[in-house]
Design a protein. Structure first.
Length: 171
């Protein structure tokens, strides 16, 4: 085995959501298919590749592709209903792990999202080093608002409402 560089850039970011719902209500929504229901524009970027059940399960594979970018492939690597789901994401020059742990207390759920990214090339190192906790927090505040709105109403939040509530672009 050859070792190219054992010191590639690595970054871990953590965000904790406080959701007004039980873990058994939250968990099924952490799925590449169910995210169509609550994540703005998810339908335009996500494609399920492989799943025996048609939804998230251990070993399920899906892809996301933002306009002008190459596809990113995701694999469900851990699947513990109402407790934990984890993914590995393979993109151009970066591999990332996403681990979401749910903890329910008094009918409310704390969802801890941990993303660890590793560059697989010099270009990937640059991308990983550009990641900040502040940017991660901003994107996850948006996700939290989208998820909480759906859990409360059963409907996707309006993009303009989300923009007003977060002072961020609608897309």
């Amino acid at each position: 085995m050859s070792t190219v560089n054992v010191n590639r850039s690595k970054r871990e970011c953590v965000y904790e959501m406080q959701l007004e719902a039980r873990a058994e209500e939250v968990f099924p929504l952490l799925c590449p298919v169910r995210e169509d229901d609550w994540v703005i524009d998810w339908k335009e970027i996500a494609t399920l590749i492989s799943s025996g059940s048609g939804v998230a399960e251990l070993g399920a594979v899906f892809q996301t592709q933002h306009e002008g970018e190459k596809p990113v492939t995701w694999v469900v690597t851990r699947y513990e209903p109402s407790e934990r789901i984890a993914f590995v994401r393979f993109g151009e020059d970066v591999v990332a792990g996403l681990d979401i742990v749910l903890a329910e207390v008094a009918g409310k759920t704390r969802a801890t999202w941990t993303t660890t990214q590793v560059g697989t090339s010099e270009a990937g190192d640059v991308r990983v080093e550009a990641v900040t906790q502040e940017a991660y927090d901003t994107s996850h505040v948006r996700l939290e608002l989208m998820l909480q709105h759906y859990l409360s109403t059963g409907e996707m939040i309006d993009a303009e409402d989300l923009h007003r509530r977060t002072d961020t672009p609608a897309h």
